[in-house]
Design a protein. Structure first.
Lengths: 279, 279
């Protein structure tokens, strides 16, 4: 039985006749290969990325940042258009009951020189209008399944540095329901961002040396589970997702992703520092 | 007695009636404040940067990356237009007799959101056509005063990753005269790039945390002196220059500069690794 993922915060959603990802009960995530136009290479780009990854990232410590890949499968598409090829991936949210989820698109630039002029213009406009250009990343989606706090995607896009910091604070707070009234308590900041920063530091180390891939429009997905009763946060997870715009690094590091990643790290470190002061 | 600097590799040169920098015999570098149009804020931006720096970078280890600043002075302009305000700076090349000099403009993006649409278009075009966008930096000028190797600025702009690596190899070689015939020997790679990388690592550490300034169109200047007789390189120097497009960081790290700096570091590390293998 395939279902629509319950906690997807960014990307196309499989509802209202739209082609989107599906999950099963056995921990698999089925992502439709994006091939809606003749010149649409997103699906093939993402497929080649997953098939090349095993060879390019020998080190398990690096592969652990990517969802496990189990080939492709023809499935009835969620939009009712009949059989459609899907990537079979690990369902990263399998095992979480009420996860807190955040999707952070990394990089001040979401386009590359090989893109069409039209696509570059579209992306550049969005990068300039969103926090991507000033901050080096933008929050594409965020959700707390317990409090049902889930800012609209539109409200997230145009956040200032201050606004982004506030969302990042709320993401690790126990009082984010009445989000306009309460100062976020950052109850889970040390547990969650402590673990997340440890992972991001490893990712950064890799990006300082890897020259195989450049990741455009790729996201860091952050997940954890709150236990409000015990006042604890469990199972923090950091993964990279969305590789429809990955290109060959040609011997150069991905300075666009690395710069944005360092900016995101700095935001989390600042929150962690304040949280530690208050402990 | 003011003279035209002998070893300037980038920027406006004070000759043929052009307004450019001058030096004296006492280690001072006089840079004309750029104010050629009413809306030209470059001069005032650079002046505010220098006056704010002492307060912003308390740490001498950081201030040591910047030329010392000694105020402003009205001087007869090099273009014969009469008295013009000049920044009085440290002449970084004072003390070198036959320096090797390289100016590397850091960052894949040389413009920021506060710039005019015209200026953004002009910069974006140049960033796309040069190595800035793909590599995160571009070599604006390079010169070996002994061999007289000095590629034209135009030839440097459109270099590929391979071409940039070749220039970086030649910069630390003793045989860069017949540059089309010889494989560069990288005779000074370990001495020069070893020392340069140590400095750049310190600079990187600062850029990972400083949120006061964003440096657009700013360069890393690398200088050293060759002693071909003794087969030694002396006085390696790493400084930041050109602050006409520095803006407030607004609490965000300069991810654009940091990404490009990390890319430049990776190029030098690769050259150093090969040079160490051959020793």
């Amino acid at each position: 039985m395939l279902k629509i993922p319950e906690h997807q915060v960014a990307g196309h959603k499989a509802k209202d006749g739209i082609l989107g990802p599906l999950v099963d009960d056995f921990g698999k995530f089925y992502k439709p290969l994006q091939t809606n136009k003749d010149d649409d290479t997103r699906g093939s780009t993402e497929l080649s990325f997953y098939t090349s990854l095993a060879a390019a990232a020998h080190d398990y410590s690096i592969r652990s940042f990517f969802p496990a890949f189990h080939g492709t499968r023809l499935l009835d598409a969620s939009d009712g258009s009949g059989p459609h090829p899907h990537l079979v991936l690990e369902d990263l949210l399998c095992g979480y009951s009420k996860p807190s989820v955040m999707d952070v698109k990394i990089g001040s630039r979401t386009w590359h020189l090989g893109d069409s002029e039209d696509y570059i213009c579209k992306c550049l406009k969005k990068d300039r209008e969103s926090s991507s250009l000033p901050l080096g990343f933008r929050i594409s989606g965020v959700k707390d399944s317990i409090s049902s706090w889930e800012p609209t995607r539109k409200s997230l896009q145009c956040l200032s540095a201050h606004g982004v910091a506030l969302v990042l604070n709320k993401f690790v707070s126990s009082n984010n329901i009445n989000h306009d009234d309460h100062h976020p308590d950052c109850a889970f900041a040390t547990e969650v961002y402590g673990a997340v920063l440890e992972r991001l530091q490893k990712l950064k180390d890799w990006f300082e040396v890897q020259t195989v891939y450049h990741f455009y429009s790729c996201s860091v997905l952050v997940v954890y589970e709150k236990d409000l009763g015990k006042g604890k946060a469990t199972n923090p997870l950091v993964k990279l997702v969305d590789f429809a715009h990955v290109v060959d690094g040609n011997g150069v590091i991905d300075h666009n992703f690395l710069g944005g990643l360092c900016s995101f790290i700095k935001f989390l470190k600042d929150i962690l520092a304040v949280a530690c002061l208050h402990k």
